[in-house]
Design a protein around this ligand. Structure first.
Ligand code: BJ8
Length: 442
């Protein structure tokens, strides 16, 4: 959601350019302008101040500058042509089904502190900031993706989300997919298949379009291509020095939930071509001996850049995110064993049940994934990132830390929210952590 470093008059010009669209979407224009001002300045300070960025990041800067403008205009044009927009919060929502019915799936705003006070007027304060943020955005009508959505798809991952979806449904039609928490079992997978079938029927009802095997196969390929491009980008970050900053890579992952998938995939691949050239020349964004970090834990929805910017400023190179806005989204592809609709739906279940969210129990696959990534990316340490009041990720830190310790890899646990009040304290802790890491280096 946002704008490059725009001066006040530029924000005003953009707000005026799209004012009729915003009015038709029922956006709270005054409040939305405040949001654009804050985010524009934040983006400029965090992103545009970086040195030695790849040239192909220009496209992603442009997307950010128009994320509340042109992209919304595109969605509105699609809606005028009779297509539907489905908003989602979780990577368990099978976007392949939306595209197979000629709909579009977009990520909804849920990564900013801006909307939290509005949510706290209704919700308990001691709730995950991600949940308060998205509910507040619907209440205060400043997320144009919410305003453009014909349906929201939620999921029974954590209790906070599950209960807030009931309240959200009072404000916008919200369909909830039930996610089994023991997906390794045959029983769990069969249950999930029924949920995927029911979601398919819901989308067909919403769009009036039948999801055929042919269309589903095409949309699986569409999203597989997006995941492949993100994986290619991720693998380039394993090089030393990494050819792209952690902040830029995080931004691209965040944008992947909002941009047009065909265009996005092409642009990520173009960026990867440039990064491969950098790797060939041995060029990176940091010195070769900069401490290499993994960030593991809760997803970071746009514009949540707090931890990455602190770590980067402290001299670290964030090289991988074990997160849903990171490796969990693109590690596995959908690989159907046949061409029938049943084969394709099963393949969706198989892929999605491999995403090791902390809502699963037990969740050994996540512990294994962290260890495998630590090796692949040759990390010197892990920052375990958990949002306040997220019990699943907070508790799962115990097992992850224990296993990392056995491999002699240091871990720093940061529990935070979206406000900036604790930035100085996090900075001090990250700097101390980097000193420990440097002290361990031969
Ligand atoms: S698959 S991680 S995107 S649920 S909202 S669990 S932070 S208390 S987001 Fe997630 Fe899907 Fe899992 Fe990934 Fe905790 Fe907050 Fe709940 Fe959250």
């Amino acid at each position: 959601m946002l704008v490059t470093m725009l001066s006040n008059w530029q924000v005003k010009a953009m707000a005026e350019k799209y004012v009729e669209m915003y009015k038709s979407l029922g956006i709270n224009i005054e409040k939305h302008n405040q949001l654009l001002n804050i985010l524009g300045q934040y983006y400029g300070a965090v992103y545009l101040s970086q040195k030695n960025r790849p040239k192909k990041m220009d496209y992603f800067d442009f997307v950010v500058s128009e994320i509340h403008g042109l992209r919304i205009q595109e969605l509105e044009n699609q809606r005028k042509a009779g297509k539907k927009v489905i908003g989602a919060f979780c990577i368990y929502a099978p976007e392949e089904l939306a595209y197979a019915a000629d709909a579009t799936m977009v990520g909804l705003c849920g990564g900013a502190d801006f909307s939290v006070p509005d949510a706290e007027a209704i919700l308990p304060r001691n709730l995950c900031p991600l949940i308060k943020s998205f509910y507040g955005f619907r209440l205060n009508k400043t997320c144009p993706y919410f305003q453009s959505s014909d349906l929201v798809v939620g999921e029974t991952t954590c209790d906070g989300k599950k209960k807030v979806y009931e309240l959200l449904n009072e404000l916008i039609p919200t369909y909830v997919i039930e996610i089994p928490h023991k997906p390794d079992t045959q029983q769990g997978k069969e249950f999930w298949l029924k949920e995927v079938q029911a979601f398919k029927a819901e989308i067909e009802k919403l769009t009036g379009n039948k999801i055929t095997a042919e269309k589903l196969k095409a949309s699986i390929e569409l999203i597989n291509n997006k995941r492949k491009a993100l994986k290619r980008l991720s693998e380039l970050r394993a090089k030393n020095p990494s050819p792209i900053s952690g902040l830029d890579a995080l931004l691209i992952s965040q944008i992947s939930f909002n941009d047009d998938p065909v265009r996005f995939t092409a642009k990520v691949n173009e960026l990867c071509n440039e990064l491969e050239e950098r790797v060939r020349k041995g060029e990176g964004v940091t010195e070769k001996d900069a401490p290499r970090l993994m960030v593991s834990g809760c997803p970071m929805a746009i514009p949540n850049w707090k931890l990455h910017s602190i770590a980067q400023e402290a001299g670290a190179s964030v090289v991988v995110e074990e997160s849903c806005v990171g490796t969990r989204y693109f590690t596995d592809l959908i690989e159907p064993k046949g061409d029938s609709i049943e084969d394709l739906l099963w393949a969706i279940v198989e892929k999605y049940s491999k995403i090791p969210c902390a809502c699963f129990t037990p969740n050994d696959a996540r512990v294994e994934s962290v260890m495998q990534l630590a090796k692949q990316f040759n990390v010197d340490g892990v920052i375990y990132y958990t949002l306040q009041n997220c019990h699943d990720y907070n508790v799962e830190a115990v097992k992850i830390e224990r296993t990392l310790k056995n491999r002699d890899l240091p871990m720093l646990k940061i529990e935070t929210d979206y406000a900036m009040g604790d930035s100085a304290q996090i900075k001090t802790r990250v700097e101390a952590f980097l000193e420990i890491i440097q002290g361990k280096k031969p």
